[in-house]
Write a protein that binds this ligand. Structure first.
Ligand code: KG4
Ligand code: ZN
Length: 363
């Protein structure tokens, strides 16, 4: 089965075609195009929803067109039309920015109507989880394998604990099986990515703060500042990162003369504080629910420190747990993950039933 995925929940416009054969096998990417209005948001230090939506309108058709062309270049047998090759259309219906979501949703509905293909509504957060169900390159698999054996994803992956860490969300969920999800906890204030972005701004680093702080942190000492690790030992699966942001803000007020060394030390210490909390709470959930695997997802999953520490601590503390971490290029928003989620949670619907829902959460 081949699915065309469309993702427009925030500032990325994505279209991808994936192929899935069985629910025991990862899906294969046949084409994957993502463009972003990030450079515009760098100027304002954050996303202005209206600007993001206007850019989505500009990009959506060219991006879908390119995804189709990329797939066409791969096809050996060009006798069938591409449209007849595609079995269904998957689209992110939420959560996200309403203006951005509507562009993808209405485009998908139009294609579904014209092409007479079923449509599958996908929760963006579940999309991030299903990045782990996409075939990845050999070298990535090598770095992720705990026992030097390539990882496979199948029913024995469940129950799984997924940590979704993005710009808008920080959630821990229990996945009993495809489509059977229990939300365990999430952030009470800022998301992890949001904390990185806001702290990056305090430090005068380029937007988005996550990759900027990661780069600075390489030159700094993670023990230089003992920033708070909010809720790290709390008896739940919640997170809170706004206090960390306030602690950094205070530090920036106390320090009169900023220099590169201080920026690097604050970055390394902030990154360590965020990673410590994320890793500890994830492992706590794995132990409590006797999970067989950990599925990491979301833009912050691109952070090497988080990837390394999650791997190391899992190996040391719960060695039999499989850990799946997406390829870095697929951690941030893309449409391949949306099509992947649709394949494993195949609920085809008529375009008439599909609506954008910016507040969409877990069922
Ligand atoms: O998943 P995503 O692309 O968009 C949302 O759904 O929110 O995540 C974007 C977030 C941003 O907050 C960005 O700073 C963060 O992911 N991010 C990172 C890294 N790369 C992206 N955070 C830490 N380290 C990174 N390398
Ligand atoms: Zn996202």
């Amino acid at each position: 089965m081949k699915i065309l995925g469309i993702e427009t929940s925030c500032d990325e416009t994505g279209a991808a075609i994936i192929e899935g054969q069985s629910r025991n096998k990862k899906v294969k990417i046949l084409s994957n195009i993502v463009t972003s209005s990030l450079s515009l948001h760098k100027k304002t230090g954050g996303i202005i929803p209206e600007v993001a939506a206007r850019e989505q309108i500009k990009y959506i058709i060219p991006v879908i067109n390119q995804a189709i062309e990329q797939y066409d270049n791969l096809r050996a047998n060009k006798q069938n039309s591409i449209v007849s090759d595609i079995d269904a259309i998957a689209v992110t219906t939420g959560p996200g920015l309403i203006g951005s979501l509507l562009i993808g949703v209405e485009t998908a509905k139009t294609l579904s109507f014209i092409w007479k293909k079923p449509i599958i509504a996908v929760n963006h957060l579940i999309g991030h989880v299903y990045t782990n169900f996409i075939q990845q390159s050999d070298c990535e698999i090598q770095t992720k394998s705990l026992n030097n054996k390539p990882l496979t994803v199948n029913e024995s992956t469940f129950p799984a604990i997924s940590l979704i860490v993005s710009g808008g969300h920080t959630d821990l969920i229990l996945i009993r099986n495809h489509g059977s999800i229990k939300w365990l906890g999430g952030t009470r204030d800022d998301a992890a990515g949001e904390a990185f972005d806001k702290i990056g701004r305090l430090l005068n680093l380029p937007y988005p703060g996550g990759p900027s702080i990661e780069k600075e942190a390489l030159k700094g000492d993670p023990k230089a500042f003992n920033f708070p690790r909010p809720l790290i030992d709390s008896n739940d699966y919640d997170f809170s990162f706004s206090g960390l942001k306030t602690a950094v803000y205070r530090e920036t007020k106390i320090i009169k003369r900023f220099n590169n060394r201080l920026t690097a030390n604050i970055s390394a210490s902030v990154q360590q504080a965020i990673v410590d909390v994320l890793v500890k709470k994830t492992l706590k959930a794995v132990l409590r629910y006797n999970a067989k695997s950990i599925l990491l997802g979301g833009g912050v999953a691109a952070n090497q420190k988080l990837r390394d520490e999650l791997m190391l601590n899992t190996k040391n503390q719960i060695p039999n747990t499989e850990i799946l971490i997406p390829e870095k290029s697929l951690c941030t928003d893309n449409a391949a993950m949306i099509a992947s989620a649709a394949f494993f949670n195949y609920k085809p619907a008529s375009w008439k039933k599909i609506i954008a829902n910016p507040e969409l959460y877990f069922d």
